[in-house]
Design a binder for this molecule. Structure first.
Ligand SMILES: *Cc1c(COP(=O)(O)O)cnc(C)c1O
Length: 362
């Protein structure tokens, strides 16, 4: 609290990102970063652009990048919006869309930034509970609303919803915007981008942070009808004309020119996910079926909070959410094979030691 703050700032509940620790080297499986470096073409493009031209402002319309994304996803450039990470686009979307007279809907277990934006931009919301197995059902989303937003695959569960279910939602609410946050779609699930022509109320948001290994560059994009994209442009141009800098613009274009690298790295992560899932199941973990680059895991005998602390002590960082319904789960990002092998070794040790401790007590 400060006397200099707008009183509204006291009411805010800022998002808390996963730790970026500086005390020691961890196996970092806590923020869904990609374990592979960006494509060499991205690094080359950024190095080439690090020159005297940095004195000049970047293209405020990001025309080259938007054209590239339009080409890759077979839409018009006017159907593409780019932003400083998809979080920024979500922030603009909360300001640009939604009927302020009715609550927007999102799942009770989901990306925690939605609540933060709702408060910040004074958008009323209502949580829709997921089923016990964390599956999202469509039926409770049929109620009247000011708009709908959720990630697909969902976070932090990793569960995907079928395109047909999302189409049902879009059909139910033709006058409401439905925003699908596809931060993890390249690791599983069906993208809704092919349906933006058919549904003027559909906005799809993606990011280069996860599947393109560029969390540090801050680039996201949205695809939708030109009407929706213009709404985002209007809000952006009332906030900052130059949300993407010159290096981010050229790096992002280069990322989309190296599809071979993209395919290779995302397939490696998907394979490792399958292998780690099976290994964890063998030692008694419940693993939610994941379509993302992370897994959501729980063990009937070992409380997640204690596993989290012991893993951290052993040099492995994962994410623990002390929240109703998920406080016995850990979200574990899929890292390199060697990192995951070490993670599995440490987890097995922790579980075995706990069991030994119990038999010693008897
Ligand atoms: C990581 C993530 C984002 C944010 O990505 P940035 O592009 O890095 O801002 C958005 N939505 C979900 C669900 C995410 O997990």
């Amino acid at each position: 609290m400060s006397k200099y703050w707008n009183p509204f700032v006291n009411e805010l509940d800022p998002y808390v990102p996963g730790e970026q620790p500086k005390d020691k080297r961890y196996i970092k499986l806590n923020t869904n970063e990609n374990p592979f470096p960006p494509s060499p073409l991205v690094l080359q493009a950024i190095q080439q652009a690090a020159n005297g031209d940095l004195r000049l402002y970047p293209d405020p319309n990001a025309d080259e990048l938007r054209a590239k994304i339009a080409e890759v996803h077979q839409v018009k450039a006017g159907q593409v919006f780019v932003g400083n990470g998809s979080d920024e686009i979500l922030g603009f979307a909360f300001q640009a869309f939604f009927d302020p007279a009715k609550p927007i809907l999102f799942p009770d277990i989901t990306y925690s930034f939605y609540k933060v934006y709702a408060k910040m931009f004074r958008v009323p919301y209502q949580l829709v509970p997921l089923q016990d197995d964390f599956q999202m059902s469509i039926e409770p989303f049929s109620q009247d609303n000011g708009g709908i937003i959720f990630p697909n695959p969902n976070a932090p569960t990793g569960k995907a919803l079928a395109a047909d279910d999302i189409k049902q939602l879009l059909d139910m609410h033709p006058d409401r915007i439905v925003i699908i946050d596809e931060a993890y779609i390249d690791f599983g699930g069906e993208s809704m981008i092919p349906y933006v022509q058919e549904y003027p109320n559909l906005l799809v948001i993606q990011t280069l942070s996860k599947s393109r290994s560029l969390a540090g560059l801050r680039v996201g994009f949205a695809i939708g009808s030109e009407e929706l994209i213009e709404g985002l442009q209007r809000v952006k141009n009332c906030f900052n004309s130059y949300t993407l800098d010159r290096l981010a613009l050229v790096g992002a274009v280069a990322a989309f020119t190296d599809e071979a690298y993209f395919e290779q790295t995302r397939n490696a992560i998907i394979q490792t996910r399958t292998r780690v899932t099976e290994a964890l199941q063998t030692i008694g973990f419940g693993v939610v079926e994941s379509s993302a680059n992370f897994i959501f895991i729980t063990h009937p005998e070992h409380p997640a909070s204690s596993l989290f602390a012991q893993l951290k002590e052993a040099g492995v960082l994962v994410r623990y959410f002390n929240q109703p319904r998920i406080d016995n789960y850990l979200r574990v990002t899929i890292g390199l094979d060697e990192e995951m092998d070490q993670f599995l070794r440490i987890v097995r040790d922790i579980c075995e030691n706990a069991r030994k401790g119990e038999t010693d007590d008897i």
